[in-house]
Design a protein around this ligand. Structure first.
Ligand code: GTP
Ligand code: MG
Length: 410
């Protein structure tokens, strides 16, 4: 672990928000092997040269030297000029901002071709607009301030190659997306409902996927941020014996860098085709409400705010407080309450409806056979047959109707 220090420039947040953001920034830093030794906090407008005001700049420099700090992590995005100034000021220290830290975590976790493409795209689109400032730097190195120095042309070449790389990556992603679309269509044709896990990173989505999955092929779960990048799907069985697909994707975080959201669009688009979203929430997080709100913001941005959604409060084994009542409370790790969750899934995916039918006496056998799936609420005998009021899943009722017609034809 490298010794680090956090720098927090507050823009009107209150104390509670600041302490939450600082705790999360520290956690993000740990995920790239930087152990924060402390922090510097300032309330002010961002300074164009150092982000911080002059007094704090000196304070940071002193602390970096005194405390043997190797890496400085800023909460706000730094401009190229600010990065350069800090590098000059502090010598050979690592300078990070929150977006870079998140991008680095993603880079380390990306395994599949798609994941790698998405992360590279995010990094390049983050870099590209920043290259304008680089021209200034390149020119400064080559002399000639203010004139169109040699840095400008070098920069143009660089920018062009980055641009064409971005273009190629976007095209590759588009191809992957089309493939997905084909798979999706096939799935719809087979009528396997899809349930998608969403939630803050580290809430326990992958653990839940493993716990419910019928397959022995387990996915990675870890006490780390963004353990999952690549989407995976597994079949799960519902109490009625029906199967559905459960999909797991990248976790969310508040103030998710825009570039990352854009790059992971293909992954996130999968969510749009889900029949139901399972929002997994870490009950034990002191910041649970904030995390729920952050996920809801992202769902809204993805235009998913009005999709059917079930809240799942996880890690109940480690929780002693009062549990919320607007969802299912489970422990994915210990398997607690999973049968109840599956029942709720069944209800959500296959809601009960009622239908009135007339069954001719010759077809009572079909009705009897359907009784383990469909409940007969009322029956009335008439000369033409039995008039029944049925309650059951739409699909089962449709199947029964179809059978009655078939029988009628014979
Ligand atoms: N105590 C407890 N820990 C759990 C439970 N469910 C998951 N965890 C732990 O929480 C950590 C994160 O679990 P994951 O399943 O990897 O979380 P995730 O939501 O997939 O996280 P990302 O992929 O990073 O978004 C792991 O250390 C799990 O063992 C639970 O019910 N109880
Ligand atoms: Mg995961």
């Amino acid at each position: 672990m490298k010794r680090g220090i956090l720098v927090y420039l507050a823009q009107g947040e209150n104390d509670e928000e600041i302490s939450y953001n600082l705790a999360e920034l520290a956690e993000l830093a740990r995920n790239i092997d930087i152990e924060p030794q402390g922090f510097i906090l300032q309330h002010r407008r961002p300074d164009p040269n150092y982000l911080l005001g002059a007094g704090k700049v000196e304070e940071l420099k002193e602390r970096v030297e005194k405390e043997n700090i190797e890496a400085v992590v800023f909460n706000l995005e730094l401009s190229p000029r600010q990065i350069l100034n800090w590098e000059e000021k502090l010598g050979k220290k690592e300078i990070w901002d929150r977006t870079q830290v998140i991008l680095e975590i993603f880079r380390r976790r990306a395994h599949s071709r798609e994941g790698k493409i998405q992360v590279e795209l995010a990094r390049l689109t983050y870099l590209y607009p920043r290259m304008v400032g680089l021209g200034e730097v390149l020119s400064r190195l080559g002399g000639g301030i203010g004139t169109r120095g040699p840095g400008e042309t070098k920069l143009e070449v660089l920018r062009r190659s980055v641009r064409s790389r971005i273009y190629r990556l976007r095209r590759e992603l588009e191809e992957i997306r089309l493939n997905r679309e084909v798979l999706r269509r096939r799935r719809i044709k087979n009528e396997i409902p899809v349930v998608a896990l969403v939630g803050y990173t580290n809430a326990g989505k992958s653990t839940l996927l493993n716990a419910l999955s019928l397959s022995e092929n387990k996915v990675l779960t870890e006490d780390r941020l963004f353990a999952t990048l690549d989407p995976v799907s597994r079949r799960i069985g519902l109490p009625s014996g029906r199967q559905v697909l459960l999909t797991d994707t990248v976790g969310f975080i508040h103030h998710m860098p825009a570039r990352l959201k854009e790059a992971f669009k293909a992954t996130l688009e999968e969510l749009a085709s889900a029949d139901l979203l399972l929002h997994v929430i870490d009950l034990t997080s002191p910041y649970m409400e904030r995390q729920v709100a952050a996920v809801e913001v992202i769902l809204k941005e993805l235009d998913l705010a009005h999709r059917p959604l079930l809240k799942v409060y996880n890690k109940a084994d480690k929780f002693t407080g009062v549990v919320p009542l607007d969802g299912v409370v489970i422990s994915a790790l210990h398997g607690t309450n999973l049968p109840l969750l599956l029942e709720r899934l069944e209800e959500e995916l296959f809601p009960l409806t009622e239908a009135a039918l007339r069954v001719p006496f010759t077809h009572l056998g079909e009705l009897a056979r359907a009784r383990d799936r469909v409940e007969v609420v009322e029956e009335r005998y008439t000369p033409q047959g039995v008039e029944v009021l049925l309650r059951g899943r739409q699909q089962d009722i449709e199947t029964l109707k179809a059978r009655l017609k078939e029988e009628g034809k014979k």
